[in-house]
Design a protein. Structure first.
Length: 133
């Protein structure tokens, strides 16, 4: 019974953790915009959330025996970072596109806030149902 009540919260809490991690990655990219040779990083949020929700990772290899080794990451809430594609070359080798990073940062901030509001609303609804109002 409790699993049914918290299933939605588990998904949203995973989304909140991944949004927080992405925010840190994007902030790091913005902070290093003037660092020579810095290469921007990011991760595929949709794929990371699918993996955290119990889906099969895109690069997962299926195992047919319990003795097979598992390849890839072991923690679904720590997605593998990839290098961002450089849109305009720079003389110092820095691949940070400030306009793109700022847009991604704002978009991720808004989505983080909406996820947080959804969790708060869900908890308030559950408390209201428990108290019988």
């Amino acid at each position: 019974m409790l699993d049914q009540l918290t299933a939605g919260l588990n998904f949203q809490s995973n989304a909140l953790l991944l949004r927080s991690q992405r925010q840190q990655v994007l902030a790091s990219n913005i902070a290093n915009a003037d660092t020579p040779g810095y290469i921007a990083r990011d991760f595929d949020f949709a794929q990371a959330l699918k993996t955290a929700a119990g889906g099969v990772p895109r690069s997962a290899v299926s195992t047919t025996d319990a003795r097979h080794l598992r390849l890839g990451q072991t923690d679904p809430l720590n997605p593998e970072l990839a290098y961002a594609v450089q849109t305009s070359p720079s003389q110092d080798g820095n691949s940070v596109d400030l306009d793109r990073e700022r847009a991604n940062f704002v978009d991720n901030s808004i989505r983080y806030e909406s996820t947080l509001r959804f969790i708060n609303g869900h908890v308030k609804t559950m408390l209201s149902a428990i108290s019988g109002q």
